[in-house]
Design a protein around this ligand. Structure first.
Ligand SMILES: [Zn+2]
Length: 1042
């Protein structure tokens, strides 16, 4: 068997402590600090190896494997062993308001649960919230049966709807097992009691107007915009009902006890008393930063995405590739339903690997191709157990016993492990690649290298703004930097050029030509490509002709009056060109206006702010189907990814124009009111990054799981034509797919939960490969294990994506209600089952989820979900599309931006000053703060900002000399300026898109743009402050527990 392509270099040259360390005592225990954050002794050591210890006796070895079928054939059931029966979505009417639900508290049934063992009271904080002890409204949420997101996939997707949310909690009588060990938790000081004199829930449809300063503000003429507007009662509702015994045990608790709490609200609450995201991030960095994270332990929770750590793959995929919402799955579906914590993995198959980590090894099994389980088709991986002297192996996913192919035979050592364990990546690593054989190629032919087609809108606006000239100039140098295969001299990617307005112009740039030739296609209804030879070329070979063309384009259209454009025919032309060239590739479309010219896919302005806050608001975000839907299918079938660079001056129907890009693994960039001088550099940075980034084409991803659970739903820039194959015309280093899992049987603590993500794709050099990521999690019948192993950043990524998809089918209010409802349920279940008895007035949060509420509240306030007429529909749709493709790092910083005090920067140090909490309270008039969320960056200047700092950074004597808007940051030769620029550049390098720096002065109009990112404060466009939200959630929890 050929093994070329795989070179055994360190860490392979030496035997490693690795997978074998699971149960056999091999391998070093991980640094203690890996567990420090979770407050309990290491769990992983005693865990049995994943799949490896599964007794052969229990395997269905006698079962004949089902007929062998190709992995990527349509509609192949995932695991032969899995029954397809699956818990149906709960029957609750999806769009029914929770107000109408019967007041049935499932938690009541659990009131007699055995008291958990002594709780660890981490007295990390306590709250002073005297203002919220009023008589609150009966919460509609607490009494309602939990709702679910309604999923009605687009017709193209063809798979049956599956619930995204979680079914109602388990029926009465389901008692959770008692705890074995005290779970860590954050105990917050006393909070106001729930209403004592409640008179029952309001009737269906009864809306209480929002009161007081908290919560969503009511839009005129619309019902309550937010799920908790009504409940955040204002001062007039303050009453004497404050109850809940005060435990004096919590420092920093209520200063005055109940008597004070019955009074009017105190405006000044101590914000330091509630869990701080910046603190959690700092703590994790202190504990786990700078360390090597070794992936040899099943169910091990990785450091936070914000922590700087190095990964060493020893049998599980790096968290850069796969991150889970929890690393301990509940054993049964009932437990999963009870806690309502989503079970999901966020997979970024092409995640960038830092230079100090080992790149993926490539395994070449030659003509025989990768070894796969006969039954479930899982690829050879560390979870396969070799038996029978090495002649057979048992699949770690479906337990099927397979023969080892003769050429793959290897003797076993005394531990039952193959002698070549550490010489083969597929036996010892979490992630690796296989060279795919012709069986994995379209029509059994090796693929051609991909092509990039640049398609430039040359209508009046783009010519006038100077955009066309800017693009053409940039491409002359940029095309020299196309990505290339490792070790290759030049890029194999072919390039082609199209310009268009109402008609399309194709260019022949064959190297033999002295001048480029233009071919015009004016029949946009029947798009075809007028030339084959000379359209897609190698840049190096045709450089002279291409540069000639790029010089001419701006002049050719300099006098254009044409302002109308087509759009769908442009994409059609691109996909036809790739079809003709029999290759995959990417379209770079630079477009400025809504396509109104008479052509397929013509759009009209359907923006209607009157729909905001109504049942029909969702239609604003639903793409126009028809032509665009068909285009998505054509593109995906051809491996044609679409990147859209939009330069709109007004409404462009972003929801529709971004539809094809967002289903083909593409990106959408938006530069409103584009001016070369203002946004030029920002756009060029994005373009450069996009052209150069690592990417795979014509991809199909399949996620296989061990028995007992399976992948049921997928969120991302993907297309699904059946229920299991995730199709991506392309997938790049920034795109993540969020995968939800559901039980279909009981999981065993011994076997754990294993998953394997297999991505078949074409490299930029035209090689067909399989990228494999394996991950093993623990399973437990103790909910405390699940909560202990939760990952808040991954959870919020799941919630963001599921909510953003649900908002296409459900009223936004319902989506928001579900989010709040589920937050309360997850936390109430923890309180009920994992925390020891304590005063109801204490808010007790699982340690691993203690900042979850701030993220959730921030999600509710995002432009897409908030439902404000002040926000542009296109901006909201754009935000939605961006988030759908995001990984955990991106959603984390988006929902909790970094706010960095710059006036305190130490110019002699390399480090970035520690961020502070995202709240106005943290700003100071004499300060200067940098805020970034991965999409935008601001430099906020306080009114009393020291003049010498202003002088050093802007070269003007005082703040008053800075113009209000459009100020840029000059590069000056002094320590402060250099330091600030270096911080900005180091932050920019960490982010997937370039961020335009906006400089805002305190009290300027533009300050509003900055302030909307202070996520702990009340939302500018609606939405509660963190403190108010926490109070509200606490009240909900108490309702659920009574
Ligand atoms: Zn199998």
């Amino acid at each position: 068997m050929s093994q070329q392509g795989y070179v055994a270099t360190p860490p392979y040259s030496q035997a490693q402590a690795g997978m074998g360390g699971y149960s056999t005592g091999f391998g070093n225990p991980p640094p203690q600090s890996h567990y420090g954050a979770y407050g309990s002794p290491p769990q992983g050591y005693s865990a049995p190896p994943t799949g490896v210890l599964k007794p052969p006796a229990s395997s269905p070895s006698g079962m004949p494997p089902p007929p062998v079928s190709s992995q990527y054939g349509a509609n192949i059931q995932q695991n032969g062993a899995h029954p397809h029966s699956f818990a149906p979505p709960a029957a609750s009417a999806p769009s029914m308001s929770p107000y109408g639900q019967p007041p049935q508290s499932v938690y009541q049934s659990m009131a007699q649960a055995p008291p958990p063992t002594q709780q660890l009271t981490n007295q990390m904080s306590s709250m002073n919230i005297a203002g919220y002890g009023q008589r609150p409204m009966q919460s509609p949420l607490s009494s309602a049966a939990p709702q679910q997101f309604q999923t009605s996939p687009p017709p193209a997707m063809g798979h049956p709807p599956t619930a995204m949310g979680h079914p109602p909690l388990s029926p009465p009588g389901q008692q959770p097992p008692s705890l074995g060990s005290p779970p860590p938790m954050a105990t917050m000081g006393s909070m106001p009691a729930p209403p004592m004199g409640m008179t029952g829930p309001p009737g269906p449809g009864v809306h209480q107007p929002p009161l007081g300063p908290q919560g969503y503000q009511q839009q005129p003429g619309s019902p309550i915009a937010g799920p908790y507007g009504a409940q955040m009662a204002g001062p007039q509702m303050a009453g004497p009902q404050m109850a809940g015994p005060q435990t004096g045990a919590y420092p920093g608790g209520f200063p005055g006890g109940p008597s004070q709490m019955a009074g009017p609200p105190q405006k000044k609450l101590d914000p330091d008393s509630i869990p701080s995201t910046t603190q959690v991030i700092e703590d994790d960095q202190a504990k786990r930063g700078g360390q090597v994270y070794v992936t040899n332990i099943r169910g091990q929770v990785p450091p936070l995405v914000t922590t700087d750590f190095t990964v060493q793959d020893q049998g599980n995929a790096s968290p850069r590739f796969m991150r889970c919402t929890t690393y301990s799955f509940p054993c049964t579906a009932d437990l999963a339903k009870q806690c309502k914590v989503p079970l999901a993995a966020i997979i970024k198959p092409f995640a960038t690997v830092p230079k100090n980590e080992t790149p993926l090894y490539i395994v070449n099994h030659g003509e025989t191709g990768p070894i796969r389980c006969n039954r479930c088709k899982a690829y050879m991986c560390p979870y396969m157990q070799f038996i029978d002297g090495g002649r057979r192996y048992q699949c770690g996913f479906c337990s099927c016993i397979n023969e080892v192919p003769v050429q793959y035979f290897q003797h076993l050592d005394h531990m039952g492990r193959r002698m070549d364990l550490y010489e083969r990546p597929e036996l010892s690593l979490g992630s690796y690649e296989f060279i795919a054989t012709l069986d994995y190629c379209k029509n059994n032919k090796p693929p051609n290298p991909p092509a990039y087609i640049f398609m430039i809108d040359v209508s009046y606006n783009n010519i006038k703004s100077g955009l066309v000239k800017l693009i053409c100039e940039e491409l002359k140098t940029l095309l020299d930097r196309l990505p290339k295969e490792e070790g290759a001299e030049s890029s194999a990617i072919k390039v082609g050029f199209v310009t268009y307005n109402k008609i399309l112009h194709f260019y022949n740039v064959k190297s033999a030509l002295a001048q480029p030739q233009m071919m015009v296609v004016s029949d946009v209804a029947e798009m075809f490509v007028p030339l084959l030879d000379g359209f897609l070329v190698n840049f190096q070979e045709s450089q002279a002709v291409i540069n000639n063309l790029l010089d001419q384009i701006p002049d050719m259209f300099a006098d254009t009056n044409e302002s109308e454009t087509v759009f769908a025919p442009v994409m059609q032309a691109g996909v036809e060109a790739l079809k003709a060239a029999e290759c995959s590739g990417k379209l770079f479309i630079f477009h400025s206006s809504i396509p109104t010219a008479e052509a397929p896919g013509k759009l009209k302005n359907r923006d209607d702010k009157k729909l905001v806050g109504t049942e029909k608001e969702k239609t604003l975000f639903q793409p126009q189907r028809g032509v665009y839907e068909q285009l998505t299918k054509d593109c995906v079938a051809q491996g044609c990814c679409v990147d859209l660079f939009l330069f709109p001056n007004q409404y462009v129907d972003m929801a529709t124009m971004g539809d094809v890009p967002s289903h083909t693994g593409g990106s959408v960039y938006k530069y409103s009111n584009f001016q070369v001088e203002v946004n030029g550099q920002h756009f060029l940075s994005d373009l450069r990054r996009d052209v150069e980034k690592s990417i795979g084409f014509d991809a199909v991803m399949r996620v296989r799981t061990g028995t007992g659970f399976r992948a049921t739903d997928f969120f991302g820039a993907v297309h699904m034509s059946n229920t299991t194959d995730v199709e991506m015309a392309a997938v790049d280093c920034d795109k993540a797919v969020t995968v939800e899992f559901k039980h279909d049987d009981t999981l065993s603590e011994e076997s754990g939960a294993v998953m394997q993500c297999a991505l078949l794709y074409t490299t930029i050099g035209g090689q067909r490969r399989l990228r494999i990521h394996n991950l093993s999690l623990n399973c437990s019948s103790q909910l405390s294990e699940l909560y202990k192993s939760c990952e808040t950043d991954a959870l919020i990524n799941f919630f963001a994506k599921s909510a953003y998809r649900a908002m296409l089918n459900q009223p936004l209010k319902t989506v928001r209600d579900i989010l709040v409802n589920q937050t309360a349920h997850m936390l109430a279940c923890y309180r009920k089952n994992c925390a020891s008895p304590s005063a109801a007035s204490q808010l007790i949060l699982p340690d691993a989820m203690k900042v979850f509420p701030v993220y959730m509240n921030s999600l509710l306030k995002t432009p897409s979900l908030v439902g404000s007429t002040e926000l542009s529909t296109d901006d909201r749709a754009f935000h939605r599309l961006m988030v759908m493709a995001m990984g955990v790092e991106e959603t984390q910083v988006l929902l909790y931006p970094r706010l960095i005090p710059m006036h305190t920067m130490d110019v002699s140090s390399e480090s970035i000053p520690a961020p502070v909490r995202c709240s106005e309270e943290r700003l100071s008039e004499s300060g200067m703060f940098l805020l970034e969320n991965g999409l935008s960056m601001f430099l906020w200047l306080g009114q009393a900002c020291p003049p010498d700092l202003i002088q050093n950074l802007f070269n003007v004597p005082s703040l008053g000399h800075l113009t209000a808007e459009g100020t840029s940051l000059p590069v000056l030769d002094n320590a402060h300026s250099r330091k600030l620029h270096s911080i900005i550049s180091s932050i920019s390098q960490q982010r997937a898109t370039s961020m335009k720096l906006l400089i805002v002065k305190q009290k300027d109009r533009a300050e509003m743009l900055f302030r909307q990112h202070l996520v702990e404060d009340k939302g500018l466009h609606g939405g509660a402050s963190y403190m108010d939200f926490l109070c509200y959630v606490h009240r909900e929890i108490r309702q659920l527990l009574t």
